[in-house]
Design a protein around this ligand. Structure first.
Ligand code: CU
Length: 97
């Protein structure tokens, strides 16, 4: 019984640390190529297709996309590449802390 309990404890610890390691991050991408109100729709669709992305907010006025993603599955570089491949070169805004 004690052995089983400690085995469960080990599994729980592993699960917890894995979760702590895969943190969600939010990045703001500047997308100067947005020229009409339809552009944000394309950009949003493109970013939502990237695996690990959980939330996308695109502002046409600011020409920015705010993306929340699981940093164990994707990264800022992949997001920039996705919009660039869709015809909208973007640049990540420096992280504000
Ligand atoms: Cu457009």
């Amino acid at each position: 019984m004690t052995k089983l309990k400690s085995a469960i404890a080990v599994i729980c610890l592993a699960a917890l640390s894995a979760r702590a390691w895969a943190a969600f991050k939010t990045v703001t991408l500047n997308v100067p190529g947005m020229t009409c109100p339809a552009c944000p729709i394309t950009i949003k669709k493109t970013l939502n297709k990237v695996s690990g992305v959980s939330k996308v907010e695109v502002s046409y006025e600011k020409k920015q996309a705010r993306v929340t993603f699981d940093d164990a599955k994707t990264d800022t570089k992949a997001l920039v590449k996705a919009t660039t491949d869709a015809g909208f070169p973007s640049k990540a805004e420096p992280q504000q802390k």
